[in-house]
Write a protein that binds this ligand. Sequence first.
Ligand SMILES: *[C@@H]1O[C@H](CO)[C@@H](O)[C@H](O)[C@H]1NC(C)=O
Ligand SMILES: *[C@@H]1O[C@H](CO)[C@@H](O)[C@H](O)[C@H]1NC(C)=O
Length: 217
Amino acid sequence: MATSFQLAMAFAFSFYLAKAAPPVVSMEMEQAKANPVNMTVYYESLCPGCNFFITQELHPLWPKIKDLDLMTVNLLPFGNAQERRIGFQWEFTCQHGKAECTGNIVETCMIHYYPDTTKQLNMVACFNANYIGTLGADWQASLQNCSKTGVDVEKIKTCVTGHEGNNLEHIMAMNTGPHGYTPFIMLDGVVNPNAEDHLLSEVCRVYKGVKPPICSQ
Ligand SMILES: *[C@@H]1O[C@H](CO)[C@@H](O)[C@H](O)[C@H]1NC(C)=O
Ligand SMILES: *[C@@H]1O[C@H](CO)[C@@H](O)[C@H](O)[C@H]1NC(C)=O
């Protein structure tokens, strides 16, 4: 039989556990529920700074944070382009010429058909690097060269050359807000010029939940 001293100790210890341990856990759980940072980027397919951001910052970072619910990715390939309505179609005029408009539509179709961020970034980064690397010479060749990412080349070609791609690009235009330059990166709706070169640290700074360990590396 336990002595009253042992019982008192057990009682005190359980009180200590109840008092000390659970609040820490529940506090972490509450804060971990913070919304992921909404990363939105206005960009265009043949802009070197945009290509750098997508291929050297965003794409390599994504596999390291994709399971952390730290950030959501919204790519809007329209940037400084303009559009006007001609009959039932939209005509686009792009900063880096006609090839850029086509490249934007290729990526818009990829974004539409592959909403999964991992797939989307693999495809868009591959195409963008290839396309800008060949100065927008041949979008179909650049697309074909990215078949290794799992992109359905025929489906994207049909989208790009049809009404669908034209209309999807118009939606990109409508969702592109006022901006001064590209890539125009917003975190939770606030423009962040530092994110172009320091995406992870800026996302960590804006994130309202408990910072995951990657934020202190
Ligand atoms: C496609 O890939 C091949 C082999 O890597 C390369 O020689 C060719 O230049 C690429 N084409 C384009 C359009 O980038
Ligand atoms: C993310 O931010 C963009 C730009 O501010 C906004 O248009 C969009 O609605 C936001 N998305 C979500 C899911 O909050």
